[in-house]
Design a protein around this ligand. Structure first.
Ligand code: SAH
Length: 444
């Protein structure tokens, strides 16, 4: 079947139409004419690309050998300007579809370098011809693809990943076997500047002294942990408890004028430069001299540090225990005395806080699932004057905004490219409590 691709879907796939139904086709872009086979799935069709008959003028040669198989960087074969344009369309569409938002949005803030931006590599380890190699699973598949290099990873992270694998190979380690519950399972490397940390996730193995000694000589690798995970299909590969094999407990990450300690279990934004930009902009929405500001989903307390000067009191809320410990340490390390952190589920903690306290501004930076229903209802009932929402998922953002608009008016929406080459969009939204007016506004 010959089809014209009209737009890009949320996973970076091409979308064409056949008999008024959408056809989702991986590996092609708007303005392309493709030949594909079709599989009817009911309300939509899945197209399998056979060949591209007319190429998009925005195609460029691709920086990665595995781009097609891996699927992570679906937009990589496009000029960067075109990627940004697609991301803007994806954001606009999600805001319209889920929140009925019809106003224009500005251009997506570009993400700096398109390659080498990821400060963390987190890849499964498999054996290929008796040698340990990193691999990737294409989303929705359990067939691993060996990956020698990933060009969106930071260069030292890549160098360390390869050096660790080489040492494990020369010391004859095997890949994880579920039946034996032994072997190397996953390798996580994260770091900044000259301070890097590795977590080797294994079965019930003991890494011998000689191996650890060799690993400790890798330049700038200042912290090495082992994590044991023998679950069959774990939802989360990083175990709660880790064993420190060598070096420092935590690494340091610098952001603007702040220095932060980071534990292996704690979340940290993958693109530091772009995270800085979003944090600065998010904080600019918090009025100078605020009395009490709450940051929910606060991780290691980064945004709270930025907020410290703007408010009398800042309260961070975070579920991950190690991240909360980091946050407390970070407040002290940076001399911010008006910060307090609670280790709790965000919606529970906010509900309790509001029973006794007045909160002027709430900043939320939730995971991809967005805000839960209980939290939204608490916010609708609250008197919080301003909400600042950082989102990594336009669909859940749109759904949350739809409900929040009942009591809050959207003041500003700004999109950021945190992950060049992927279809992902990060969004910052500022909302103000409606005074007396009713209705949802903005398209309702
Ligand atoms: N604002 C931080 C972290 C954002 S990532 C930063 O920019 O670095 C989202 C964070 O929410 C993670 O640290 C995760 O551990 C935390 N989290 C996930 N579910 C949560 C919940 N129900 N309540 C509180 N925190 C939660």
């Amino acid at each position: 079947m010959k089809l014209n691709v009209k737009k890009t879907g949320i996973n970076g796939e091409g979308i064409a139409y056949f008999q008024r139904k959408p056809v989702f086709i991986d590996g092609c872009f708007p303005d392309e004419t493709v030949e594909c086979s079709l599989e009817d799935k009911g309300r939509y069709l899945k197209g399998k690309l056979i060949r591209i008959l007319k190429k998009s003028p925005d195609r460029i040669s691709c920086a990665c050998l595995y781009q097609k198989e891996c699927g992570g960087c679906a937009l990589m074969p496009l000029k960067y300007q075109k990627q940004l344009q697609i991301k803007k369309e994806l954001l606009k569409e999600a805001l319209y579809k889920y929140a009925g938002y019809t106003e224009e949005i500005g251009d997506i803030v570009p993400g700096g370098d398109c390659l080498y931006y990821r400060n963390r590599s987190n890849l499964p380890v498999i054996e290929e011809d008796g040698t340990l190699v990193s691999a990737m699973y294409r989303s929705g598949s359990n067939h691993p693809i060996p990956i020698e290099q990933c060009p969106v990873h930071d260069i030292p992270v890549e160098r360390m990943r390869l050096a660790i694998l080489q040492i494990l190979n020369t010391n004859h380690y095997s890949a994880y076997s579920q039946s034996e519950k032994k072997g190397i399972r996953q390798l996580v490397v994260r770091g900044f500047d000259t301070d890097y940390q590795a977590v080797i996730i294994t079965g019930n193995d003991i890494l011998d002294r000689k191996t650890i000694e060799e690993l400790s000589h890798i330049r700038h690798l200042s912290s090495i942990y082992q994590g044991i995970n023998i679950q069959k299909d774990p939802i989360r590969m990083m175990p709660e408890k880790l064993k420190r094999l060598y070096g420092k407990e935590k690494i340091t990450v610098k952001l603007d004028k702040y220095e932060l300690s980071l534990s292996p279990q704690a979340f940290f934004q993958l693109n530091r430069g772009q995270a800085e930009r979003i944090y600065r902009d998010a904080v600019s929405f918090v009025p100078e001299g605020s009395n009490r500001v709450v940051e929910a989903y606060s991780g290691i307390g980064t945004i709270s540090l930025y907020l410290s000067k703007k408010a009398k009191e800042v309260i961070g809320i975070e579920l991950e225990k190690e991240a909360v410990k980091d946050a407390i340490e970070n407040a002290e390390r940076n001399g911010c005395r008006n910060l307090r952190f609670l280790c709790s589920d965000a919606s529970r903690a906010i509900r309790k806080l509001l029973e006794k306290n007045n909160v002027n501004v709430l900043l939320v930076d939730p995971p991809r699932t967005g805000l839960d229903q209980e939290l939204i209802e608490t916010l609708l009932r609250s008197k919080i004057e301003r909400l600042v929402y950082i989102s990594c998922n336009p669909a859940t953002l749109g759904k949350d905004l739809y409900q929040l608009q009942e009591k809050y008016r959207i003041q500003e929406i700004k999109g950021y490219d945190m992950f060049p080459n992927t279809p992902l969009v990060e969004t910052l939204v500022c909302l103000d409590r409606r005074s007396k007016e009713t209705g949802k506004g903005n398209g309702h």
